[in-house]
Design a protein around this ligand. Structure first.
Ligand code: MRU
Length: 345
């Protein structure tokens, strides 16, 4: 079930090229900051926790390219690298949290010699990577307690091993439930426009031998109405202090539908996906991506030329639609403002 999505191999960052799945399991080696930046932007590597790891490893690539011994210039160089990586994608806060951790290490070691600072940054990047592996398994175990025997679970986008270092958030819950020998089925929404649900989630779940049915996004209402769904599990890209949650576009649709049909709606996310500096989801920056993602598929136009396009990559689900948030610290229930603060204090 675990899939090593991103790894540090021989001084480079090795990632699964997710744009090639499900057709080919192919890898990309990023040897410098620019190639990693492009891999993030083009979604070769994607998913909030994986972006945190990618950002931290990206800083190590930046360290590698600095050959001098001048401490001030090195610190300046690494700061620039952090700022540059921060321009790749705006919504997943894991990326910024990882960069902040790297900046803090830089600050704490600002009076040390360059090799010592490099070593400290290296340790921090690996701590971020190892932490992701550990917390995903913890969330999986907490979340598995919410899955009843013979449950039918709906999910959207890919919150799996491919979206993290190697295990997943929402899909990690399913992997843990399977390990505990629970029986369940999954309905995966295809997730237009880039089909992370069809291409990645279906691929991952089949690989893990989990009973999976793929549906088009707009079939969700009818499938719920037919009584075929017992719970929805989704990941998150950023959670505000009040519990409002940004995740892949279409997640809000599912939350509204789940409320209407009396189905529990769960978010699964680690501490690194919480942004306690913002009060509500209205403050979450939502990435808008290029029109071609909507007007084309497989290099072919699927819409008339020059049609206007609006392509937000994420939406925000109001905390009042969320039944609970599964974290590595346990399951957080409403009132979210108070309970999130308490859990992470
Ligand atoms: O645009 P993407 O594919 O990076 O969007 C990813 C998602 O929205 C995931 O659901 C989210 O990052 C949670 S991943 C564990």
């Amino acid at each position: 079930m675990p899939i090593p999505t991103i790894r540090w191999v021989n001084g480079n960052v090795r990632i699964i090229d997710q744009t090639k799945l499900p057709g080919k399991l192919q890898y990309i080696t990023c040897r410098n900051v620019n190639s990693l930046w492009k891999a993030i932007k083009n979604l070769n590597v994607r998913g909030a926790p994986a972006l945190g790891v990618a950002a931290a490893f990206g800083v190590l690539l930046g360290c590698k390219s600095y050959k001098g011994t001048n401490r001030e210039l090195f610190v300046k160089h690494v700061r620039k690298v952090c700022d540059h990586i921060g321009t790749s994608r705006p919504t997943a806060v894991n990326l910024f949290n990882a960069l902040d951790r790297m900046r803090e290490v830089l600050l704490r070691h600002a009076t040390c010699a360059v090799p010592k600072i490099k070593k400290a940054l290296w340790r921090e990047a690996f701590a971020i990577y190892e932490n992701d592996r550990r917390v995903c398994r913890k969330m999986g175990d907490h979340g598995a307690s919410l899955i009843r025997t013979n449950s039918r679970i709906m999910t959207i986008c890919n919150a799996g091993a491919l979206a993290t270092a190697d295990y997943g958030t929402a899909l990690g819950v399913l992997y843990s439930a399977k390990r505990k020998k629970k029986k369940f089925k999954v309905f995966a929404c295809e997730t237009r426009p880039l089909l992370q649900g069809a291409r990645l989630t279906a691929w991952e779940l089949l690989r893990a031998k989990i009973d999976t049915t793929l549906i088009c996004d707009h079939m969700a209402a009818s499938v719920m109405h037919q009584g075929k769904i017992d719970a929805v599990f989704a990941g998150a890209d950023r959670i505000a202090a009040n519990g409002d949650t940004a995740n892949k576009i279409g997640t809000y649709n599912l939350a509204v539908l789940a409320k209407h049909h009396g189905i529990p709606f769960y978010i699964v996310a680690p501490r690194s996906t919480f942004d306690m500096s913002i009060r509500t989801g209205a403050q979450i920056p939502i990435e808008e991506r290029k029109p071609e993602e909507v007007t084309h598929w497989g290099g072919r136009a699927t819409a008339p030329k020059n049609v206007k396009v609006y392509n937000p990559a994420f939406d925000v689900t109001d905390h009042r639609l969320i039944t609970a948030i599964v974290t590595e610290k346990g399951i957080i229930r409403p009132p979210f403002g108070k309970n999130i603060r308490k859990r992470f204090s």
